[in-house]
Structures are given as C-alpha cells and as structure tokens.
Design a protein around this ligand. Structure first.
Ligand SMILES: [Zn+2]
Length: 72
C-alpha cells in the first residue's frame, strides 16, 4: 500500500508590491518580490540582488514601496 507524499505546509513568504523607477528610461512600473526574489516578469530581471529593466540600460532600477495595499 502506497502512502501519499505528505505535503508540508510551506512557510508563507510575504509577497510585496514595489514600484520601480528606471533611471535609464524613467519608466515607472509595479513589480512584486517574494522575500528578496523578484517575481519574474517580461520587463524586469534580477541580478545580484538588484532589479533591472529590460530596456537596454544597465542601471539598476530604484525601488519604492507601493502603498496601494498598506494596512497600517
Ligand atoms: Zn528602463
């Protein structure tokens, strides 16, 4: 008789919404990070802990907190 694999509950990792400001092209976009990891998008990638815009500029984006879902 086979036992089902026990699925351990994952430790919830907070997903935060951030605003990026690209110093290269002045684009503002919303991104999400899970812990310290960028949730991958078409427009952004992460390297060495910094987030870059895929616009050809090699300057890391500035990050701001998004307050849209602030709870205090
Ligand atoms: Zn850019």
């Amino acid at each position: 008789m086979k036992r089902k694999n026990v699925v351990k509950p994952r430790v919830p990792v907070e997903v935060k919404e951030l605003i990026t400001a690209c110093p290269g092209c002045a684009a503002f976009e919303t991104i999400w990070v899970r812990g310290k990891t960028l949730v991958p998008t078409r427009k952004f990638y992460q390297r060495r802990g910094k987030i870059y815009h895929r616009c050809g500029k090699r300057m890391p984006c500035l990050l701001f907190r998004a307050w849209s879902n602030a709870d205090g």
